[in-house]
Ligand binder design. Structure first.
Ligand code: UT7
Length: 326
């Protein structure tokens, strides 16, 4: 029997229209007595702007245009989709899933739809899950999406976190194929580090208990991130029987330019082979990799047949990589 692979046939993304530059944010935070500067943000993170969704816009609202753009690029209709996986840590509701809400917004029904919660590694997790479901014959044409409204969980009195994150969505259509496509995946989590990046609040008895805003020990995350990303990259290359020299593009989670530079250096990749979009949208958690991928494809950098390494790292602690041929 011919092995079933999966392949990305279309990409799409969407950023909400409200663009907030570092200077805009500096001015807004100054009004609260919170001191920061464009220089600090650019030097420490590479971020120059982020987009914030309007109060009535949910993750599924950002996911919809991203999904539509990916479907248009793939030349498929909503009715052709037989699996929806949404990676998000800022879902529309506690339940049902943002994927189910998105399915309804796409005007389709019946196919499986669920969310994956792996914070900033979410898109890599979602892609690996969708790949497995295509490989075992459960689905033939999946929408895999990362969508976030992180502005909802930011503490705008905490300058160490609120300058870092933004809202957005990115999507791919992943289709069954006789040839890969996805070459290998590698996923990990280590729950010992739950506390270094979390939103500790929860809903109980009709109330939010605990702190419902993002907390991060940035330095602890930074140190762990560079080490695990390198391990995941090497693992996924080994699984696919490839080496660093085979990588045409590294598309990492867009959290901090210094983490991306560190990862590229360890892989002996020049920065010219890294798709970097963090300057335009900040850290959009699960949306950042598909946003960067879509940018790479639409700008003509990432071309059919090229080998691409996607890497994510985030709360949990979670991390993972996907090696694929476009
Ligand atoms: O998406 C999931 C993965 N998340 C990440 O990858 C984030 C990983 N961490 C990071 O990217 C970095 O650790 C940060 C960007 C969060 C922080 O950069 P850093 O170089 O580690 O800075 P730091 O935490 O060591 O802080 C240095 C100084 C401190 O002041 P003192 O103690 O040296 O006087 C902070 O209080 O910078 C200060 N600081 C700020 N100053 C101006 C922290 N935030 C700000 C700010 N503006 N927004």
């Amino acid at each position: 029997m011919t092995p079933r692979y999966s392949r990305i046939t279309g990409t799409g993304s969407h950023l909400p229209p409200r663009r907030v530059t570092n200077d805009d944010l500096v001015a807004e935070l100054a009004g609260r007595g919170v001191e920061t500067s464009n220089e600090w943000i650019v030097e420490r993170t590479g971020i120059r702007a982020r987009h914030f969704a309007a109060p009535d816009v949910a993750a599924s609202d950002l996911a919809l245009p991203a999904a539509q753009a990916a479907m248009q690029a793939a030349g498929v209709q909503p009715a052709d989709i037989d699996l929806i996986v949404v990676a998000t840590s800022t879902p529309d509701m506690v339940f049902p899933s943002t994927a189910a809400i998105l399915q309804h917004k796409l005007g389709i029904a019946g196919c499986p739809a669920f969310d994956v919660q792996a914070v900033c590694s979410g898109f890599v997790y979602a892609l690996a899950v969708a790949d497995a479901l295509i490989a075992n014959g459960t689905a033939r044409r999946a929408l895999v999406i990362g969508a976030e409204v992180f502005s909802r969980i930011l503490d705008f009195n905490d300058r160490t976190t609120c300058v870092l994150f933004g809202d957005g969505a990115g999507a791919v259509v992943l289709e069954a194929s006789d040839a890969p496509g996805i070459l290998a995946t590698d996923l990990h989590a280590d729950g010992r580090h739950v506390g270094i990046l979390c939103v500790p609040g929860h809903v109980s008895g009709g109330q939010v208990l605990g702190e419902p805003l993002l907390k991060m020990d940035g330095q602890a995350v930074f140190k762990l991130a560079v080490g695990v990303l390198d391990k995941a990259a090497r693992a996924v290359l080994a699984k696919a029987g490839k080496t660093e020299a085979d990588i045409d593009w590294l598309i990492p989670h867009q959290a901090n330019i210094r983490i991306m530079q560190g990862t590229a250096r360890k892989l002996h990749l020049p920065l010219e082979k890294v798709v970097v979009t963090v300057q335009d949208h900040g850290n959009t958690s699960a949306a950042s990799i598909p946003l960067a991928l879509d940018h790479g494809v639409r700008s003509g950098q990432v071309k059919p047949g090229q080998t691409v390494l996607l890497e994510g790292v985030g709360g949990g602690f979670t991390w993972g990589a996907v090696l694929l041929k476009m």
